[in-house]
Design a protein around this ligand. Structure first.
Ligand code: ZN
Length: 175
C-alpha cells in the first residue's frame, strides 16, 4: 500500500462520524445528512480526531476518545464577556449557542459564542460550547482524494457544489 492510499496531509478525506459527550448523548452526527469532506492537516477537525485518522485507509472504522486539550480546549472560567447591545447592528439576532466574530480594541478578530442577550446587553463566551468536554467519536473513512490547489490555498475541502466557497471573496484577509 502506497502512502497515497491512506489519510495524510494535503488529502481530502470523506468521513461519516457520530459525536457523543461523556454522558452518552449524541451531540452531532453525519449519519442523517451524509458524509462530510475535510482537508487533512488543515485543522478542520479537532486535533485529537485528526491525529487518530492519520494513516487510516478507506473503510477504517475507529472509536476515538478526545480529551478537552485535544478537542475544543479547556474551559476558561474568565471567558465570559458582556457587550452593550448598541455596539451591534440593530437587526442582529443572538441565538444562544450561535457563533459570532467580534473585533476587539486592537482589531483582533475573536470567535465568540452567544450565551444570552436582551435589549441592553449581549453576553458572549470565548469558550467553544464543547470546551472542557471529553469527546467520543465513532468515525469511518469513506473516501480519500488528493486536495486541489484551490483547496490547499483555502485551507479547507470543497464539497460537491463547486464555486460556492464563501472564502472566495475574502481570501486577502486570511493569514
Ligand atoms: Zn474555499
Amino acid at each position: 500500500m502506497s502512502s497515497d492510499d491512506v489519510v495524510a496531509e494535503a488529502r481530502v478525506v470523506t468521513i461519516q462520524y457520530t459525536l457523543w459527550n461523556e454522558a452518552g448523548e449524541v451531540l452531532d452526527t453525519s449519519r442523517d445528512r451524509g458524509p462530510v469532506d475535510y482537508l487533512h492537516g488543515a485543522g478542520e477537525l479537532v486535533p485529537g480526531l485528526e491525529r487518530a485518522l492519520e494513516g487510516q485507509a478507506v473503510g477504517a472504522k475507529l472509536r476515538v476518545t478526545v480529551s478537552p486539550e485535544d478537542g475544543y480546549g479547556l474551559r476558561d472560567p474568565e471567558g465570559k464577556r458582556e457587550f452593550p447591545r448598541e455596539e451591534f447592528p440593530e437587526d442582529a439576532s443572538f441565538e444562544p449557542g450561535e457563533q459570532i466574530v467580534v473585533e476587539d480594541e486592537e482589531g483582533e478578530e475573536l470567535d465568540l459564542w452567544v450565551l444570552a442577550a436582551d435589549a441592553h446587553k449581549v453576553v458572549l463566551d470565548l469558550n467553544h460550547p464543547l470546551a472542557g468536554e471529553t469527546l467520543h467519536f465513532e468515525v469511518e473513512v469513506v473516501g480519500l482524494r488528493p486536495a486541489s490547489a484551490e483547496e490547499l490555498e483555502h485551507g479547507h475541502a470543497h464539497g460537491d457544489d463547486e464555486g460556492a466557497c464563501e472564502d472566495d471573496e475574502d481570501q486577502d484577509e486570511e493569514g
